[in-house]
Write a protein of this length. Sequence first.
Length: 123
Amino acid sequence: MVASGAHGSESRQNGRRIDALREIKETEQRIEEEKQKARSEADDIVEEARNEANQLLEETVQEAEREAEEHVTEAREDAQERADELLAEADDEAEDLRNVSETQLDEAAEAVIDRFKSRVGGS
């Protein structure tokens, strides 16, 4: 019976070893499942962050475009205002020149008429 008892002890040890190996395998499998779950969650977080960054970038670009349009509009308005001022100044200067020219023509005409009168009257 001693042989039978030794055999039973060995069988129990083998059973414990098998149970331990099964437990190790199950633990490794749970660890692998947790790793996959963690990777999937990390991928989701990265994707969400990437989407938020892209959305923020798009909003920033749109805001910059709006500001640039405002600056262009303001610059055009300023340029138009300055052009109107310059045109008004040019019109004023042209009018002044016309007035000076007319005055000079009138004076020259009077001088010619006076000379003509003095020649005609003197003859």
